[in-house]
Design a protein around this ligand. Sequence first.
Ligand code: NAP
Length: 241
Amino acid sequence: MADRVALVTGASRGIGAAIAARLASEETFVFGSATSSDGVARISDALGKNGTGIELRIEEPDSVSAAFDRITEEHTVSILVNNAGITNDNLFLRMSDDDWADVINTNLVSLHRLCKPFLRSMMRERWGRIINVGSVVGRMGNPGQANYAAAKAGIEGFTRSLAQELGSRGITVNCVAPGFIDTDMTAELGEKVTEQLVTRIPLGRVGTPTEVAETVAFLAGEGSSYITGQTIAVNGGMLSY
Ligand code: NAP
């Protein structure tokens, strides 16, 4: 029986897949979420006996309730990694109400939806770790990403407030803000934009999902017990926090 149970949203690909793989061990059983049954099966295969896939659409309250009920039938989550996210870029004057709402709802409102039910058992146990995946864009801004930047900046404010509310209960709440990481999300930018972006990164390269996962794993463990309300940047020096 594992000591801890984690839920990692958006674990079918990219950063979430790396986080789930990094956390899954004899000590930590990981539920990794995907939006499709194929993704769920891939996660279960990847995690083996130390985890399983679960279907979840974080923007749908019914889907969150169903996942919560399934997980809590037999498990108590004490590590919640809010990683799943989307982009829907456009210059602000061309950004539709739906483009705005979808990104805010999926990336930011979902944190309210997910943290609330899972927090109750962490409060009972007087131990918990909430790690929210933000973005360098939440601090820097980015043309074409007003919706995404607003959501990611909101995640940082949410993180700081929740940390202040929950510190006395032994629960830490932190944000990891990646810079430019090699995943499907950034693949669509193309080679030319990528080359230009890399010139702004002191370490001279894009980051890997594994490099983000290492920081998340640190925040999920005992070694980070005196860190809460922080945003930790994993961005190759692109922006100093
Ligand atoms: P990605 O490769 O596009 O993967 C996105 C993950 O989120 C997938 O597992 C996807 O599941 C899941 N997802 C998408 N929409 C969802 C929904 N409505 N409900 C539940 N799950 C959903 O993205 P990534 O690059 O790994 O990004 C992961 C996180 O890091 C995001 O929060 C992103 O904003 C942040 N981030 C990324 C970068 C970067 O450079 N890549 C930089 C800064 C921050 P399916 O496979 O089922 O679609």
